[in-house]
Design a protein around this ligand. Sequence first.
Ligand code: ARG
Ligand code: ZN
Length: 856
Amino acid sequence: VSIRREDYMPFPWLVPQVAMDFALGLDETRVVTTLTVERNPAAEASKTIRLNGDEIVPVEVTVDGEGWSDWCMDGDDLLVTLPGAAHTIAVTTHIAPAANTKLMGLYASDGMLCTQCEAEGFRRIAFFPDRPDVLSTYRVRMSGDREAFPVLLCNGNLEAEGEDGEAHWAEWHDPWPKPSYLFALVAGQLVANSDSFTTMGGREVALNIWVRDGDLPRTGHAMESLKKSMKWDEEVFGREYDLDLFNIVAVSDFNMGAMENKGLNVFNTKYVLADEETATDGDFDGIEAVIAHEYFHNWSGNRVTCRDWFQLSLKEGFTVLRDQLFSQDMGSAPVKRIEDVRILRGVQFPEDSGPLAHPIRPDSYQEISNFYTSTIYNKGAEVIRMMRTMAGPERFRAGTDLYFERHDGEAATCEDFVRAMEDGAGLDLKQFRLWYAQAGTPKVTARLEHSGDTATLHLSQHVPATPGQPDKKPMPIPLKLALYDRDSRERGAEQLVVLDGEELTLGYPGFATRPVLSINRGFSAPIVVEREVSSDELVFLATHDDDPFARYEALQELVVRHLKAGASGTLSAEARQEGELAVADAMAAVLADSDLDDLMRGELLLLPSETYVAETMERADPAVIHAERQGLRASLARALETEFLALYERAAAVPFAMSAEAKGARKVKTQALAYLAAAFPDRAAEMAFAQYASADNMTDRQGALMVLTGLDVVERTNALIDFYNRYQGNALVIDKWFALQASSMHPHCLEHVRALADHRDFTLKNPNRVRSLYMAFAANPHAFHAADGEGYRMIADLILALDPINPQTASRFVPPLGRWRRIEPGRSALMKAQLERLAAADLSRDTAEQVSRSLG
Ligand code: ARG
Ligand code: ZN
């Protein structure tokens, strides 16, 4: 059954207050939930109240303190008939946290109890109108064994606690009205890294990061990130924290990254725990970004929440933009921008061009968990970023101020946000609203003509058809552009052009010779640009463009062009050599450019991913793309052997530090190694093993192991065994060990994955472990797309095994198979056959929806 956005109706009842009483136990927890309800004057009156449930039964129902029999079940929901306009309803339920493998609702992780309620997990704890537009204040009492659950946490403030024989109890009160999806409860043996933050208004906030005993030394970076986030949100968005307490708890079994529950964020350990010996530079950056993201939700999500789940991007797109801007300010802004675009192109573009394409504000869904997508999050962030680009940062801030002021305490819509931007930032967004309604990545064609002393730029746009949306209207596309004089290398002024029709022509006088066009600078719009540009001009931009993104882009385009020409099979040996030479020249310039910092150099050295190259083709042959890309890597290593060796030596001499300089050195060091490995495997293996053995940090050690894992050398096995023994017992590092093997360039990768599934440390019960093996594999084109279809079968087998345990995580493995229409016919048929095999099975709603959409 599809739920449709246009069917939205306000809930007939208000629930101003909720009181909950938990008797905690791992095997059984008893919950009494008392709701104060009154008729909602803004909705049509109803005699019954629908309280959603999921795998729970009502053990006892009372209304206004009296035993009540005027109720019935409708599927999973409890319908209670109420005589008057205001009542108190109390329902008792029993839940079994230890048996909850879906990790939604109340569940056990590592012996502790924790919750995940977004989007519809609260109904697995208590019968409740489990929708984001029902806001209540919560008072929660919990009691449990003092030894098993010494720490008892909930949203808001601790108001009372006490002892009761072997048991103890705590009473929490959250003064801020919230929807049920922001409820959280944690009970277990935890220790805290405690600190404090004084807000701009002078409120002293106690900060705690709760972890398992031995993990305390790895919480410092998360705490620093939290304090930086709190400061930054005050300075940049004027947002201040609003409770005296902010708790974060790290749990090892978690479906997603983290959750912004009011005053009690629950995190995947992956986004909390780090030190230099066990976490990479990338892990550190991920923690900083996710801590910020969840903290920023306190305003964009909690104080202003969503009316319904179709508005998910209202909080997620906006909060992703906020965390991106934060990370830009904390580190290298251009590098962060490039990384964000890489994620968008690597994950969201394929989503937008496939069977699962949906607008950032979808029109319908069957299972909302399937819509926590890169489109909602990352494209959603890009859409808001475009508004910021058009308004400029000051007017954008005026718009967000107005949004928060107008809608504080409300459940709002995307439309509310756009209107606040119009009124506060002074933008006309009438046509811009199409970005919320239309799916698909717009394609902009740019053609520059030159005659006499005038250059003429012809722009046109096309938004491709997507499922359910055959015809598209042109959208307003803000393009930052500039023209370079070829001879003087001088750049004309940067211009912001909004292409809002199908076509636009712009004239630029004063160019005696043909200028070079730099377009979509800073990636000002989330689109595909097709430009008529010579390789020469791309090399010019790749070496001279002063916009770091545009420079990166030119180099990527040069490489993509070369790889596509190679993959087409029509390239003469001579033309291939010429192409390789052009790329090698551009790369040589990158290696030699002393104005570049190493973090940026590392971005420029990165070859476009096989997935990205495939995405630029109608139908891709993954094996051919893989061979071309590896071939190019080897040829670059041969052409630039001395340069890569010199880079390696220079970077290896930089001592460990967390500075941008030292992080950059680590990044280019391992990249140099990866290049050299493609052409000189034996020598590279020796270097990599030395780097592995002498590493004083995880970035270097993992980087070296990554290179070794892709090679058929004896050092490979030795290093993998050493790594496992060294880090046995550290789940997050063992995850890396699985992931490295599943994402390796080794020709036997698929066999390795099959064997690893039988490893004693592998389990389907832990999402991080499942993802480290199988998501890494599904994202590794040469292995996943094995010509005989064994990769597809393996993923379908996984889905069938995982679906009954954890449907939310299982359904995430369907999209890789959903790419079948864009893959060459032989593999395509094998992929489709696996989808059909899945469709014939008895699947969860999550997985069934993804399979049926994927088959189309
Ligand atoms: N709101 C969370 C975040 O953006 C994501 C939680 C979604 N969880 C889920 N089970 N669907 O950080
Ligand atoms: Zn979020």
